[in-house]
Design a protein around this ligand. Structure first.
Ligand SMILES: Nc1nc2c(ncn2[C@@H]2O[C@H](COP(=O)(O)OP(=O)(O)O)[C@@H](O)[C@H]2O)c(=O)[nH]1
Ligand SMILES: [Mg+2]
Length: 379
């Protein structure tokens, strides 16, 4: 049943597929290094922040002894998972890192490591001189280091004093970290021990602040704990697309140019889907599949509008073009937000229908179709 598209949508479906690939190719990959000794909770942290299917234990591409690289399926995110580096050790991963930097930095900017999470466990509660030396070396290589304390227990909602004492000891070491902080985290909720997940969003925010502008989109998309950042990014993209839509409608837009407007809107949906981790297939299903929002996106929307707006005749104004694009962006953001937070499960037909209903509901609050020509904007 899914994946069947009506004839009139065929070119929109094809366009969306092409735009999907173009968008992924245009996004600069972000590379994050996670370091810490075995058992401190790196994999658990990675899975909690970037998704359970991302770094399954024991897989990934070994790039050198003790370092594994994982890449997201869309290729916009790479993660290097590494055991503790020892300065001076033979075949240390640090040698790889030095080589990686001196060799690749100039040659291939795509391989630059944009941030490192140095993980120490609240349980071991120690940082050796060797570990501190590694942090210094990373910093001197120009890599922003975020210091993360993992496996931090709370009792009755309060961080245990031993972890706080360790945090203070680390602060007293005055390590050259990116933000001078020691971020306390618990990546694994453990109801039996009354422990809840915390601190992950703070780590993501601290990291995001240090990521170069070109890699921000990839980082916001890859992480899954800071949904507010995804919402902000989606709304920024929507504002830009609305402005572009107003631009093409600056002189009243002949309906013959409707494909240009449809392209802006589909391109916007593609970008928002990527930000929230909604797949190409799911995007196509909701947009053009059975029970989807077919008449509210793409060419059908624009064509249908001409019939609905009294007196619009064969033209669209800049205001209508921009309002429609704003409504498509905000409605699609709402759908993607629900998918990302698990409120909608797209594996069932009911889930697809629910996603489509969400889109229509939000769209309806932004656009009163029959009055659109009078008010121009209905925000
Ligand atoms: N209670 C608790 N256990 C954790 C936490 N993070 C990791 N663990 C446990 O610590 C062990 C080692 O974690 P893992 O992520 O495999 O460590 P890695 O070797 O650094 O990748 C596993 O049994 C995890 O379940 C946490 O935040 N809280
Ligand atoms: Mg691991």
């Amino acid at each position: 049943m899914f994946g069947k598209f009506s004839r009139s949508d065929a070119s929109d479906v094809a366009n969306l597929g092409r735009m999907w690939d173009e968008n992924m190719a245009s996004i600069s990959r972000v590379n994050i290094l996670v370091i810490g000794e075995t058992g401190v909770g790196k994999s658990t942290l990675i899975n909690a922040v970037f998704g359970a299917d991302f770094a399954p234990t024991g897989t990934g591409r070994p790039v050198t002894e003790g370092v594994h690289q994982y890449q997201s399926a869309d290729g916009t995110f790479a993660l290097y998972d590494s055991q503790g580096f020892e300065i001076g050790a033979k075949d240390s991963p640090l040698d790889w890192l030095r080589g990686h930097f001196s060799g690749n930095r100039a040659a291939d900017p795509a391989d630059i490591i944009h941030a490192a999470w140095y993980c120490v466990s609240a349980y071991s509660a120690r940082m050796t001189d060797g570990q501190a030396a590694v942090i210094k070396e990373l910093s001197s290589l120009g890599i922003p280091v975020i210091l993360v304390m993992t496996q931090v227990p709370k009792v009755n909602g309060v961080v245990i004093s031993r972890a706080l004492a360790f945090q203070q000891a680390l602060l007293d070491m005055r390590l050259p970290t990116a933000d001078g902080q020691v971020h306390l985290t618990c990546a694994l909720a453990d109801p039996e021990r009354d422990e809840e997940q915390f601190g992950l969003q703070e780590v993501v925010e601290a990291t995001s602040f240090r990521i170069p502008a070109d890699q921000q989109t990839a980082f916001v998309a890859a992480q899954r704990v800071d949904l507010a950042a995804k919402n902000r990014k989606a709304r920024t993209l929507t504002a830009a697309a609305s402005a572009a839509a107003a631009g093409i409608g600056a002189a009243p837009l002949p309906l013959a140019d409707a494909p240009a407007l449809a392209a802006i809107q589909l391109g916007l949906m593609v970008k928002i889907s990527h930000i929230f981790g909604v797949s190409k297939q799911d995007t196509q299903k909701i947009a053009f599949g059975t029970g989807g929002i077919t008449t509210l996106v793409g060419r059908q929307l624009v064509a249908g509008l001409a019939r609905l707006i009294p007196g619009a005749g064969n033209v669209l104004t800049a205001a209508v073009a921009s309002t429609l694009t704003g409504a498509v962006g905000e409605s699609w953001r709402a759908v993607c937000y629900k998918v990302a937070t698990g409120q909608v499960d797209l594996r069932s037909a009911a889930g697809i229908a629910e996603a489509a209903t969400t889109f229509r509901d939000v769209f309806g609050t932004r656009v009163r179709l029959p009055n659109a020509s009078k008010s121009g904007s209905s925000k």
